[in-house]
Design a binder for this molecule. Structure first.
Ligand SMILES: Cc1ncc(COP(=O)(O)O)c(C=O)c1O
Length: 311
């Protein structure tokens, strides 16, 4: 069996679940659709071959075949995980996938969901941090992703950067000195910087949290999946293990999780931060009075097909 046969068989299985829907008279396949598809295929030649297993020009591998195929399959339904009514099955899959991601960091209890990107997931982390410490400064290393200074700007939070050591990791002494000024609400540690792959010394940063009262967010958008690798240096392994003690983590399934774009994930250690998301939207929440994904996410519509491919 090859990929297209596997997809055809799964599509038939999916269709069987909806076999008793009334038939609808269609005028047949419009040949202009094939024309448009052909044109799109030709225009897509203007790309580097990101999908090819030997292509190494990007920092990421192509999506796993099962992720691509499951996405294509679920796209037939086009579920929307904004509300349970928009995507019951894929919402259940999202919760399972998020729980598995949380368990990578040793979290059984957590609040989390998938997002369209690492940027949006980080926005939610910093937004929750702002609810808890309005007006306080966000600190990240000079090697952190530029998204943190921009998100701070959007949230109207002061932002400052902390020097790094010769390996591109946050300098803990510099951090300690900066924290001493007393205006910091949140520290962003990076587990895998975009430029150098450096992992900040998270255990040492956590030790500072005992002295200075701040929230620790770990941006593991790029490096998070390396938590599963057991050949890292001892200090890097220790830093990954320490993520367990952080307040929030971002990890991107659409990076080393080998999922198609766009799929980020935000996790909070304390489920009670869900209170900040509370809002009224009677036109989307009909069938369940349980807290569901649309109520713990800043984004509204989200492709449920993505959650299906993660499962
Ligand atoms: C460490 C880190 N954080 C955040 C981001 C932003 O993620 P996204 O491109 O999914 O918005 C990236 C992207 O490369 C990253 O490497």
């Amino acid at each position: 069996m090859d990929e297209s046969e596997a997809l055809a068989e799964a599509r038939a299985g999916l269709a069987a679940g909806f076999a008793d829907l009334p038939g609808v008279a269609m005028d047949g396949f419009d040949p202009r659709i094939a024309e448009v598809l052909g044109e799109v295929a030709t225009r897509l030649h203007d790309n580097y071959p990101y999908f090819h297993p030997l292509y190494a020009g990007q920092m990421l591998k192509p999506p796993h075949p099962v992720a691509r195929l499951a996405y294509a399959l679920a796209q037939e339904i086009n579920p929307n995980n904004h509300a349970l009514d928009g995507g019951r099955a894929s919402s259940a899959m999202e919760k399972e996938a998020v729980a598995e991601i949380a368990s990578m960091f040793g979290w059984q209890e957590h609040l989390g969901h998938l997002t369209s990107s690492g940027t949006f997931a980080n926005l939610e982390a910093l937004w929750v941090g702002r609810q808890l410490a309005p007006g306080k400064t966000v600190l990240a290393s000079s090697q952190a992703h530029y998204t943190h200074s921009r998100i701070s700007e959007v949230l109207q939070l002061p932002f400052d950067s902390v020097a790094t050591d010769e390996r591109g990791r946050m300098d803990v002494d510099a951090l300690g000195a900066r924290l001493g000024r007393g205006d910091v609400g949140m520290v962003v540690a990076t587990a895998g910087t975009t430029g150098m792959g450096a992992v900040d010394p998270i255990a040492e940063i956590l030790a500072l949290r005992d002295r200075f009262d701040f929230r620790l967010h770990v941006d593991a958008a790029y490096g998070g999946y390396f938590r599963l690798v057991d050949t890292l240096s001892a200090d890097t392994q220790a830093a990954f293990a320490a993520i367990m003690g952080s307040d929030s983590v971002v990890i991107d399934p659409h990076k080393h999780g080998l999922q198609p774009y766009g799929c980020g994930c935000i996790l909070f250690a304390d489920p009670s931060v869900g209170r900040f998301y509370q809002h009224e939207s009677p036109y989307t929440y009909f069938t369940s009075d349980k807290l569901h994904l649309g109520e713990i996410s800043l984004e509204c519509s989200r492709a449920g097909a993505l959650q299906a491919d993660l499962t």
